[in-house]
Design a protein around this ligand. Structure first.
Ligand code: PMP
Ligand code: GLN
Length: 378
């Protein structure tokens, strides 16, 4: 039968992780920590299982976890989301993104994406029958150009997807960027999908600018978070969406037939653990130290460091090291140097060579040191 996603193969993250295993490479490709989460967190989940929290939870999520999300969002970003009507627990941010898109995008609707973008956005739009409209982030800095976003809006634009801190570029939106976007969207009915999975990883004293902070954005936004990133448990696949009641109602119509609900003991465990804000408070300092270790290690090399202001990614320009296209360079780097990375071209619809590759520094210091020793051979 004709494929629903004819242009889609296996994701670059799966491909590069498999290649890293095959060649015994240090895997700085796929974004996941190589260290354990806090034992208190696994303890809280074990306790939840032993206490009998093993059957279906409420469709919208365990109440205690929705309370944690609501309280945290209000404390950090100043907007109150009603626990019953405006917060939903999802199977990771990936399901939240697909579900939000399926809930609001009709066939033929336009969805604005900012290139480069996370690899699940375009297939999710395609599954909804939407038409992706591409607006580039400003080359090199990867900063948003709100004027270009404004110019891309048409009467058929249903949704805009933004992501800050940004994967893959590690750039972050400023309050001025958000205010400018708020102004541009004010006269429109464009909805916003705000992917904020790296909300607790912003460096050098910067502040995460959640869409929840800006009333004109929040009133039209699905604000997406991921506990996998925040708690170092990417394999647990638990996330959340905050959105005004009318948007949440439509989101849940799809969610209930997409997964219905998300695994119960993880939700109870995370809720118990995150009752203490210390569970996420120190994350920026923790990852900033890793970023600095990695950047200092590459400082004298011919890999040109781009800024890393948030997320746990470091992009480098490979022009001085190799003429290979970035995708081929990543294969070569994995096989010959023993370090896996992700080519930036994988985050563009047309996949053209960017001569930039992305490393993930969510790794133990000794892993980073081993990778640096290998990369210094370049
Ligand atoms: N959005 C972005 C920008 C991401 O980087 C990721 C994970 N790498 C996701 C969404 C998906 O998050 P989750 O693992 O919670 O599904
Ligand atoms: N989000 C992770 C990354 O960007 C990978 C997630 C996945 O493997 N799908 O590396």
């Amino acid at each position: 039968f004709p494929s629903r996603l004819p242009d889609v193969g296996t994701t670059i993250f799966t491909v590069m992780s498999a290649l890293a295993v095959e060649h015994g490479a240090v895997n700085l490709g796929q974004g996941f920590p190589d260290f354990s989460c806090d034992a208190a967190l696994t303890g809280a989940v074990t306790q939840a299982m032993q206490a009998g929290h093993n059957q279906y939870p409420p469709m919208a999520g365990v109440h205690a976890l929705r309370e944690v999300v609501s309280r945290k969002t209000e404390a950090l970003y100043g907007r109150h989301y009603d626990v019953d009507a405006e917060v939903t627990i999802t199977a990771g941010a990936t399901q939240a993104i697909l579900t939000a898109i399926l809930a609001c995008v009709h066939p033929g609707d336009e969805v604005i994406v900012l290139d480069p973008c996370y690899d699940s956005y375009l297939p999710s739009i395609a599954l909804a029958g939407g038409v992706a409209v591409h607006v580039p982030l400003t080359p090199a800095s990867f900063r948003p150009d709100v004027g270009k976003i404004a110019a891309a809006i048409t009467p058929r634009t249903r949704l805009l997807i933004v992501n800050t801190p940004h994967n893959p570029s590690a750039s972050v939106w400023t309050a001025e960027d958000m205010r400018a976007l708020q102004e541009v969207l004010a006269p429109t009915r464009v909805l916003l999908l705000s992917d904020e999975v790296y909300e607790h990883m912003v460096y050098d004293g910067g502040q995460h600018q959640s869409s929840a902070r800006f009333p004109g954005l929040a009133e039209r936004a699905f604000v997406v978070s991921s506990f996998g990133k925040t708690l170092h448990v990417t394999g647990w696949k638990v996330g959340s969406v905050c959105a005004p009641a009318a948007l949440t109602a439509e989101f849940r119509k799809v969610h209930q037939f997409n997964v219905f609900s998300v695994n119960t003991p993880m939700q109870h465990g995370i809720a118990a653990y995150m009752a203490d804000p210390a569970s996420y408070d120190g994350l920026s300092a923790f990852y900033q130290a890793k970023r600095d270790l990695f950047r200092e290690g590459l400082a004298g090399s011919r890999l040109k460091l781009l800024p890393s202001s948030g997320s746990f990614f470091q992009c480098v320009d490979i022009s001085a090291v190799s003429d290979l296209p970035d995708a081929e360079f990543c294969q070569w780097l994995t096989r010959e140097i023993g370090v896996a990375a992700i080519p930036l071209s994988a985050f563009y619809a047309d996949g053209f060579d960017q001569h930039v590759v992305r490393f993930c520094y969510a790794k133990r210091d000794e892993t980073l040191r081993e990778a640096l020793a290998r990369l210094r051979k370049l």
